[in-house]
Write a protein that binds this ligand. Structure first.
Ligand code: NAD
Length: 294
C-alpha cells in the first residue's frame, strides 16, 4: 500500500483564496477590513520568518496587517500595555503574540491580557474553556487545520479511533477536543505513555504533535489509517546540510497509511490559512456582521 499524500499547501492556497473572497465582500458590503496585529519580541530567527510570512499572507488576502517589533529586553508590563492598546483599537480584530517569549516574561500573563474576542490563536483560557464545553470561541489554528484536512478526507469520523501523540495546550489538547467533537474515540498519548507503539497501532487516525524527529515508526501505523504529522524538526544530514522532518517516519508510514501529510507541505501551510480565517471570523463577530459564505 502507498498512502495518498494530503497536500496541505494546495488546500491552504484554496482556503486563502476563499478568505480573500470573504474579505472582498466585507469591504464592499460593510466597509469592513479585517485587521491582524502581530507582536514579535526579540530576534528569534524562526519567529522572524513566521511573522514575515503572516504579514505577507494577511496583506495578500486584502486585510490590514499591523506589525509590532519589540526589543528582547522589553518588560512584561510594557508588552501587556501594548496588548491592551490593541484590544482597544477598533481597526485590530485579531491579536497574535508570537511565542516563545523571552524567559523574563510570563507567557500565560500575556495571553491572558488578550481580549478573548481578538485571540485569533485561540490560546486564551476562555477560548480553551469554550472549546471544551461546546461553545463558540476562537479555535487554535493548527488543530483547526488538521481537523479540516481530516474532514475533507474522511467526511464522517464518528466512532473512529483517534490517537493524539502530544498533550500541549496549543496542539495536543485542542486537537483531542476537536476529534471528540467529531465523535471519535480519542486517546491522548504523551511522554509517560506506556507501550506507545501498541496505542498507535490501534488508531484509525494518528496525529503526531511531539517535536521528536520520526518518533512514530512506520510499522506502528495500522493499514489504512490516516496520519497527520504536526511535527517540524530540523535535523542535520551526513553532508552537513539541514532538512525538515516530522514526528512520523514518513516513508515507512506511507507503506501502511491510506493517507498522510508530508513535512514540509502538510500541516504547516494550513496554520497560516486558518489564522487568516480566524481573523475574518473575529472581525465579523466583533462588528455583528454575518460571516460571508463562500
Ligand atoms: P510541546 O513541546 O509543547 O509538547 C510536546 C508533547 O509531546 C508533550 O505533551 C509531551 O508529553 C509529548 N512528548 C514528548 N516526548 C514524547 C515521547 N517520547 N513520547 C510521547 N510523547 C512525547 O510541543 P508542541 O508545541 O505541541 O509542538 C509539537 C510539534 O509540533 C513541534 O515539532 C512543533 O514544532 C510542531 N508544531 C507545528 C505547528 C505547525 O504549524 N505545523 C504548529 C505548532 C507546533
Amino acid at each position: 500500500m502507498t498512502a495518498d499524500v494530503i497536500d496541505g499547501k494546495a488546500f491552504s492556497e484554496s482556503l486563502k483564496q476563499d478568505v480573500a473572497k470573504q474579505v472582498a465582500i466585507l469591504k464592499e458590503k460593510y466597509n469592513l477590513i479585517p485587521g491582524l496585529a502581530v507582536v514579535l519580541v526579540g530576534e528569534n530567527p524562526a519567529s522572524q520568518i513566521y511573522v514575515r510570512n503572516k504579514n505577507k499572507s494577511t496583506l495578500a488576502a486584502g486585510m490590514k496587517s499591523f506589525e509590532h517589533r519589540l526589543t528582547p529586553d522589553v518588560s512584561e508590563a510594557e508588552l501587556v500595555g501594548l496588548v491592551h492598546k490593541l484590544n482597544d483599537d477598533p481597526a485590530v480584530h485579531g491579536i497574535l503574540v508570537q511565542l516563545p517569549l523571552p524567559k523574563h516574561i510570563n507567557e500565560a500573563a500575556v495571553i491572558d491580557a488578550i481580549s478573548p474576542a481578538k485571540d485569533v490563536d485561540g490560546f486564551h483560557v476562555i477560548n480553551s474553556g469554550l472549546l471544551a464545553t461546546g461553545g463558540k470561541g476562537m479555535v487554535p489554528c493548527t488543530p483547526l487545520g488538521c481537523i479540516m484536512m481530516l474532514k475533507n478526507r474522511l467526511g464522517n469520523m464518528s466512532g473512529l479511533d483517534a490517537v493524539v501523540v502530544g498533550r500541549s495546550n496549543i496542539v495536543g489538547k485542542p486537537m483531542a477536543q476537536l476529534l471528540l467533537n467529531e465523535n471519535c474515540t480519542v486517546t491522548i498519548a504523551h511522554s509517560r505513555t506506556r507501550n506507545l507503539s501498541g496505542v498507535v497501532k490501534r488508531a484509525d487516525i494518528v496525529i503526531a504533535a511531539v517535536g521528536v524527529p520520526e518518533l512514530v515508526k512506520g510499522d506502528w501505523i495500522k493499514d489504512g489509517a490516516i496520519v497527520i504529522d504536526v511535527g517540524i524538526n530540523r535535523i542535520e544530514e551526513e553532508d552537513g546540510k539541514t532538512k525538515l522532518v516530522g514526528d512520523v517516519e514518513y516513508a515507512a508510514a506511507a507503506r501502511h497509511a491510506a493517507a498522510i501529510t508530508p513535512v514540509p507541505g502538510g500541516v504547516g501551510p494550513m496554520t497560516i490559512a486558518l489564522l487568516l480565517k480566524n481573523t475574518v471570523t473575529a472581525a465579523c463577530r466583533q462588528t455583528n456582521v454575518a460571516e460571508p459564505e463562500i
